[in-house]
Design a protein around this ligand. Structure first.
Ligand code: ATP
Ligand code: MG
Length: 467
């Protein structure tokens, strides 16, 4: 596809902002990222830092990863770095490893076809485990300049082409290691200064090409505190439905980026404002619509505020807890129904998790390894009410105790439970093991002839489900 199709002139010269006129300091860049840039440059290639890292450095933020763009072909990159692996099939990327840090090196490429971004991701998954073989039967037709530099390639491209396939102007700035200047083809430099997020080209076309760009718009607006340019913002509600066509596995990755990056509360507000929450989590959306200020809404909001605080404090956050919060409403609703149909307590949780996950997988794939711990968290919600047997204390050693206890605190904070229960669990953890048994309540009679005794001071039912 020709770059003209995104409504921008092909081959336009960049505005070059010299070192003296911008704020990027190499001191804030990753030493490994710089190492990669210098090695490429010393080998005679063009080498630029690109994407989010340039944007973040301009804003005085520490970038979370470093993307490098170069005119070196992937195989040529591999020859320069011992610690390098090629991934992807059609568009191959080089990953250069430095311990846990990965610097991603991409050869310039043109926006060949509209679904490239989406397919890339799938190819990337397929190639995760091994060095991908070079695309078979690929006929590379290259156009070279007089110095033999590749100008055009049916797989790769030039920097002038590379720029137009990028999403936002703020993400399309190139930092040249040759002279430390910033190359700006799209007006991104000014947009960053104005804290404005603007899609390159015609927004409706760009959202159709890759609907995930709608989520990226919200994510960057929330994270960077940018405003969306009018043209970038306006089509969102009308095009939100396009998200239902995106592969659910890709949306899982996107959801983690949306809600585990430290700006979940703001992100949620924006997603709802633009109608983007519903296509991602339709069941939860229904719960929120039914009771906009209910327990589920409060739990979600407070859960996200806490998640954001944890990220800010450098504490870990997990997909399991995130999805327990995101799907709390639908799971509880289903637990109630299952119990009304006669299911026993634990069984009702199993049924609910199974049903909700099955319905949710159509939109967002939640890997099994997160579903089982999530189910444990809900099973434990009901067990927390039994405070009369030694088995109760065994919960403290359960691998999911911490997450389940955090959910209990959250439910309490959202006003669903009497604080007394959470206080009990907080206190019992502070005691030495031999004193914990003294906190157990005497069993007392069981009015239902079998089901465990309920706390006298309980206002709400034992399970996550209100009766
Ligand atoms: P961060 O890493 O801080 O989340 P980023 O801008 O670096 O933000 P990445 O997902 O790492 O985002 O992508 C790197 C760059 O690749 C982007 O800055 C953008 O130029 C380009 N890019 C990524 N995804 C898309 C997409 N879906 N459509 C167009 N360009 C994209
Ligand atoms: Mg990045």
């Amino acid at each position: 596809m020709n770059p003209v199709s995104v409504g921008t002139p092909a081959g336009a010269a960049p505005r070059i902002i010299p070192r003296a006129d911008h704020s990027i300091s190499r001191a804030n860049a990753s030493p490994n990222g710089l190492r990669v840039l210098y090695r490429l440059k010393d080998a005679g290639y063009q080498a630029f830092l690109v994407g989010g890292s340039v944007r973040d450095l301009l804003l005085g933020l520490i970038p979370k990863d470093f993307d490098v763009a170069t005119d070196a072909q992937p195989e040529e990159v591999k020859e320069l770095f011992r610690n390098c692996r090629l991934i992807g099939r059609r568009f191959r990327l080089a990953h250069v490893f430095f311990g846990r840090e990965i610097v991603e090196v991409a050869t310039f490429r043109a926006a060949h076809d509209p679904e490239a971004a989406e397919r890339d991701e799938e190819e990337w998954r397929a190639s995760l485990e091994q060095d991908a073989p070079a695309p078979r039967g690929e006929q590379r037709q290259r156009v070279l300049d007089e110095r033999g530099r590749i100008l055009r390639d049916n797989v790769y491209g030039t920097i002038e082409e590379d720029v137009w396939r990028r999403d936002f102007t703020a993400n399309a700035l190139y930092y040249n290691i040759e002279d430390f200047s910033v190359w700006d083809f799209t007006g991104g430099f000014e947009d960053v200064q104005a804290r404005r997020l603007r899609l390159i080209g015609d927004p409706v076309t760009r959202y159709h090409e890759d609907p995930v760009r709608m989520l990226r718009a919200v994510r960057f607006a929330a994270k960077l505190d940018f405003t969306l340019d009018k043209g970038t913002e306006e089509p969102l509600p009308g095009l939100a439905y396009l998200l239902t066509h995106v592969p659910p596995a890709r949306l899982f990755d996107e959801i983690l980026k949306l809600f585990l990056a430290g700006f979940a509360a703001r992100t949620l507000t924006l997603l709802q404002q633009y109608g983007l929450f519903e296509p991602l989590l339709p069941l939860t959306h229904e719960c929120l619509k039914a009771e906009p200020d209910g327990v589920v809404a409060r739990l979600l909001r407070q859960g996200f505020e806490q998640t954001d605080a944890r990220v800010a404090a450098g504490k870990p956050v997990t997909p399991t807890f995130l999805f327990a919060v995101l799907l709390y409403g639908p799971i509880v609703e289903r637990i109630i129904r299952a119990q009304a149909d006669g299911a026993a307590e634990t069984q009702s949780v199993f049924i609910a998790c199974e049903d909700v996950m099955r319905a949710q997988q159509g939109r967002v794939t939640i890997p099994r390894r997160f579903v089982l711990p999530l189910r444990d968290m809900f099973v434990m919600q009901s067990r927390f009410h039994r405070r009369s047997s030694r088995k109760t204390l065994g919960l403290l050693a359960h691998p999911r105790f911490r997450a389940a206890y955090d959910l209990l605190l959250l439910r309490t904070a959202a006003g669903e439970l009497d604080p007394e229960l959470a206080e009990w669990w907080t206190r019992v953890q502070t005691l030495p093991a031999e004193e914990r048994e003294q906190m157990l309540e005497s069993p007392g009679p069981r009015p239902d002839g079998g089901a465990p005794r309920r706390s006298r001071r309980r206002r709400r039912p034992r399970t996550a489900a209100p009766e």
